[in-house]
Write a protein that binds this ligand. Structure first.
Ligand SMILES: [Zn+2]
Ligand SMILES: [Zn+2]
Length: 67
């Protein structure tokens, strides 16, 4: 009987105990502690998601000029 204890890291593919696994709050990618990127007191799957989470929408470059 395999016990579903632990989750598989989406990055490195390793199975890690649930306590060592984090879910990215941005893209919900499951990553282990080795692959996780810590930023702003949260755990992201990558620095990109961390930036995105903090800065918000990346569509900032194009300012919509309403007129
Ligand atoms: Zn990993
Ligand atoms: Zn992510």
């Amino acid at each position: 009987m395999p016990e579903p204890r632990g989750l598989e890291c989406s990055r490195c593919g390793r199975r890690a105990p649930t306590v060592a696994i984090s879910t990215c709050p941005m893209c919900f990618t499951v990553v282990c502690q080795k692959c996780a990127h810590f930023a702003y007191g949260r755990t992201f799957c990558s620095s990109r998601c961390g930036e995105y989470f903090f800065h918000g929408d990346a569509d900032d470059e194009n300012d919509l000029s309403e007129s």
